[in-house]
Design a binder for this molecule. Sequence first.
Ligand SMILES: Cc1cc2nc3c(=O)[nH]c(=O)nc-3n(C[C@H](O)[C@H](O)[C@H](O)COP(=O)(O)OP(=O)(O)OC[C@H]3O[C@@H](n4cnc5c(N)ncnc54)[C@H](O)[C@@H]3O)c2cc1C
Length: 392
Amino acid sequence: MDLQYSEQDREFRAKARAWLSANVPAEARPAHGHASATFDRDWQRKLYDHGWAGVSWPKEFGGLGLSGLQQVLWYEELARARAPHYINTTYVAMMHAGPTLIARGTDEQKAFHLPRILSGESLWCQGFSEPNAGSDLASLKTRGVVDGDDIVVTGAKMWTTDAQHGDYQELLIRTDPDSQRHKGLTWVICDMKTPGIDIKPIRTMLGDEHINTVFYDEVRIPIANVVGEIGQGWSTALATLSFERGLGFIGDQLELYERVGRAVDLAGKLRFDDGTLAIDDSAIAQKLASLKSDAMAIRAMTLADIAETDRTGQPGPKGSMMKLLVTNTHKALSEVVGEMMGWDFLEFNGDRSAHPWTYDFLWSWIFSISGGTNEIQRENIADRVLSLPRAR
Ligand SMILES: Cc1cc2nc3c(=O)[nH]c(=O)nc-3n(C[C@H](O)[C@H](O)[C@H](O)COP(=O)(O)OP(=O)(O)OC[C@H]3O[C@@H](n4cnc5c(N)ncnc54)[C@H](O)[C@@H]3O)c2cc1C
């Protein structure tokens, strides 16, 4: 891997930095509800209007057609500028629905959806998990019966993030009633305004209701909305998951380094009851130094991963390694900050901008479940990266 930045890379970074410093919204993102979705749509629209949406998406689909490395530079500049966090209500659309459509969608699906995704007009949600499936995704039961030009869907999906804001959904259903496991599944685009859909919010420990149970009662979805082929949905779902686990959290991986820097700044200002600065506590200083080196290692691994993805054209199983490492480092970082802040760390009203460290701590637990649990990432690493013998 060549770690030298080219002249174009340097120019791109400088341009991105200048644009972000003039355009990052001054106001904080609303913590909850439709106001937060409106804020995210507006920010995405602004990026789109100024030519910054889809940095590494191919030009033919409205992106900038730039390299994976320039995508990385963009995320680094977003983190540096403290721009709105990119894991927001546009996340599913931009990070995995769009890439899945580019890889597997029909020309009509691409022409209709991709511009709407890039401009923030369409928000998407992901309907994979079910009440009794979860990690064992292949045991899902929501059924789809082909009837004329439609598939009629009945069942339930669980933990659907932002279903209440979603215009469309990546929906995985069982279309062959006699099938088992990963056979007989179909990946469809579900318009969330279709009659028969009922969304029930679930309150999280963050104090918000961003996740939901979604019920489907004879919901008619046109066969034209199938991505891939009927009965071959597992393969499309694996493509979606590889985008989600492989590239979906890259911004977060790179932001980690900035966060460690902020924790070090905090340690240089916070005083314990006896008047000493937190940074003068050798145990805390040591933990922060070790987290800084972990964050640097994660950044180097991210760059190596991007170089490999650029070479092979698709993200590989190493995404599981990165997700596990980042999740655990996030958790460790917020625990050190908790140690420094003491009781103040327990003050929390659900607002990320008012209580960023506590929010990050709670989020690190969520992150260790959503998008595949830590245990499942370890299974993937054992199986697909290390080729260890299977226990079952
Ligand atoms: C905040 C949040 C947002 C989410 N958003 C979405 C979304 O938008 N769309 C969506 O489709 N899903 C979403 N999910 C669902 C998420 O992907 C699942 O929660 C996850 O896959 C785990 O499934 P489960 O909750 O049923 O737990 P289970 O599968 O029941 O697991 C329970 C425990 O057993 C462990 N376990 C299970 N199987 C194994 C195994 N084979 N080996 C070792 N340990 C194992 C798990 O790691 C976990 O610790 C979200 C979840 C959360 C918490």
